[in-house]
Design a binder for this molecule. Structure first.
Ligand SMILES: [Zn+2]
Length: 311
């Protein structure tokens, strides 16, 4: 009998050790916040930054943010102010404003990560253009929507008050519409600074019930394919419709790709958006604010659950 009791005692100790080890391990493996906690936090955003940015950037005083105009300069200053007021830090300069050769500026901010040798670069251009024969565009879809989504991602991450795994850069590019000039000037600079980076570029989103485009083939390189697939999983969980494509998206993502940096364009069905952008149809009334928020929150969630993984 005594022997059995002894064995039972030893067994109990072993089980206890296994349980403690398992629970401890689980605690370590657990993401700092689970999805519900994250969503709750995102919903608790006490001001609606997407709506605020959309209303502001489509206002008449910016006159479509056309390159070389006062409206474009005014939009630059507004973004500098916004980057500062939401609490982004300056990146590699004394200012959020990063002028380049063309007498124009990008606007850059950062959330510093634990590992400062790597960065996720979230980008959206803020300049506008309109087709010949069109008198005016608000540039709501193209691309106030992308800037609004980018800044919602920034506020989501800032409100978490947890240092991300890597640096996360936020860049509002200028002069996308006249040859990707802002991104062409910026990408070599950011490439010099980090050993590993990838880009998520947001351009023309927020149309209700219109599919988002994902490249699930090898046409943009193996790493982009993985990034596309893993981001799509999060989009699908949130019920965002998607379509597959296999051609090159023409936006600032090109400036990353030509420098061999993985880049993922976030945009909607090109057949639908091409009828709208650069025309008078591109007004704030066609935009679904909730759609932009859902996409921004999905990208935020992806950044958190991917835990600093590089693609
Ligand atoms: Zn655009």
């Amino acid at each position: 009998m005594r022997k059995i009791t002894k064995y039972l005692f030893i067994l109990l100790i072993i089980i206890t050790i296994i349980l403690i080890t398992y629970l401890g391990y689980n605690q370590l493996q657990k993401p700092q916040l689970n999805e519900n906690e994250l969503l709750q936090l995102i919903k608790s955003n006490n001001y609606n930054i997407v709506e605020q940015i959309m209303l502001e950037l489509t206002d008449d005083k910016y006159a479509g943010r056309i390159n070389g105009t006062e409206g474009n300069l005014l939009a630059t200053l507004y973004l500098v102010e916004t980057f500062e007021s939401i609490g982004l830090s300056k990146w590699d300069a004394n200012s959020y404003e990063h002028p380049y050769y063309d007498n124009a500026s990008n606007v850059v901010g950062v959330i510093e990560g634990k590992d400062k040798t790597k960065a996720i670069v979230i980008t959206a251009h803020f300049d506008g253009i309109f087709n010949e024969g069109e008198s005016f565009t608000q540039g709501a879809l193209d691309n106030a929507s992308g800037v609004a989504a980018m800044l919602r991602i920034a506020t989501n991450l800032l409100e978490l008050e947890e240092q991300p795994e890597t640096d996360i850069l936020f860049v509002a590019f200028n002069e996308e519409e006249i040859g990707l000039k802002g991104s062409a000037a910026f990408v070599p600079k950011v490439q010099e600074y980090y050993s590993e980076i990838y880009n998520i570029n947001i351009d023309s989103i927020g149309l209700k019930d219109v599919s988002y485009m994902f490249n699930l083939t090898n046409s943009m390189g193996e790493h982009s394919k993985v990034l596309n697939q893993e981001l799509l999983e999060v989009f699908s969980e949130h019920g965002i419709p998607y379509m597959e494509y296999s051609f090159g998206v023409m936006s600032d993502n090109r400036s990353f790709l030509i420098n061999n940096i993985t880049s993922m364009p976030i945009t909607q069905d090109v057949e639908i958006i091409k009828e709208i952008f650069h025309t008078q149809k591109d007004v704030i009334d066609i935009i679904d604010i909730a759609n932009i928020e859902k996409v921004a929150d999905s990208i935020t969630e992806f950044i958190i659950i991917s835990k600093g993984k590089m693609y």
